[in-house]
Design a protein around this ligand. Structure first.
Ligand SMILES: C[S@@+](CC[C@H](N)C(=O)[O-])C[C@H]1O[C@@H](n2cnc3c(N)ncnc32)[C@H](O)[C@@H]1O
Length: 221
């Protein structure tokens, strides 16, 4: 589908999966209700029935605009206008804080692909010489954060519990990954915020900090 999304793919899919996509205008209006958070690099968003990513794409657009604004060097300086290394890190923070769950494999693939294309085109529109490692990291993060799974039984398509990773920059270049079981994040809180219950989810795994451009090499370490 193009960026002007059709709202329905087929009647059968509407009946079987409740698949009706939200129009862009409504997406924007709803995200404007949390405008500040939607523009912040670090604010985390999870959409449990993300479809082809209509909400997540709009969130990433907003965050990437923040990423470039924050990498501005000096308004009076003609060239370069933006610090590339700062933008790259900001853009990865923006992407790494966006999560989704989608039951249907084709929607899940389309969601990842739309987010990746947006990320790449935004990057290329500001910098002539792009670093392929940044794109490799973005691709890796999307495969982790956009899960092909069931948001009702909280399992992925292989029947394993859905696991989400938290990505935290602990210095200019080093990132730390911590894995959490999704069920631990949602069920035990019973829709009450962790602050109210005093409950803080326990992570199941800590990884060694690693250069963010080498993140995709870390699997299973
Ligand atoms: C109403 S559509 C909304 C899609 C998207 N959020 C949007 O607004 O454009 C619901 C989506 O949830 C997916 N879905 C249905 N049941 C699901 C489940 N148990 N877990 C995860 N996704 C599910 C459908 O495949 C469909 O893409």
């Amino acid at each position: 589908m193009s960026d002007k999304q059709k709202q329905v793919k087929s009647k059968k899919r509407v009946a079987d999966f409740g698949e009706v996509f939200t129009a862009e205008k409504e997406v924007r209006a709803m995200l404007d209700l949390v405008k500040i958070q939607s523009e912040q690099l670090q604010s985390r968003f999870l959409e449990p029935a993300c479809g082809t990513g209509n909400f997540l794409v709009e969130i990433l657009k907003r965050k990437l605009n923040t990423a470039i604004t924050l990498s501005q060097i000096n308004k009076s300086q003609k060239s370069p206008k933006y610090a590339q290394a700062i933008y790259e890190k900001n853009a990865i923070i923006a992407l790494s804080s966006i999560y989704g769950i989608e039951l249907l494999a084709d929607n899940c693939a389309e969601c990842r692909s739309r987010l990746f294309t947006l990320f790449k085109e935004h990057y290329q529109s500001y910098f002539k010489q792009i670093n392929e490692q940044v794109l490799t990291t973005a691709h890796y993060l999307l495969n982790k954060n956009i899960v092909n799974g069931n948001a009702l039984d909280l399992k992925d398509l292989t029947g394993n519990p859905i696991v989400f990773s938290e990505w935290t920059f602990i210095s200019d270049i080093m990132i730390q990954r911590r894995d959490f079981i999704y069920e631990d994040l949602v069920e035990k809180t019973n829709n009450i915020s962790p602050e109210e219950t005093g409950f803080i989810a326990k992570n199941i795994k800590d990884y060694h900090p690693i250069h963010y451009l080498k993140l995709s090499e870390q699997e299973n370490v």
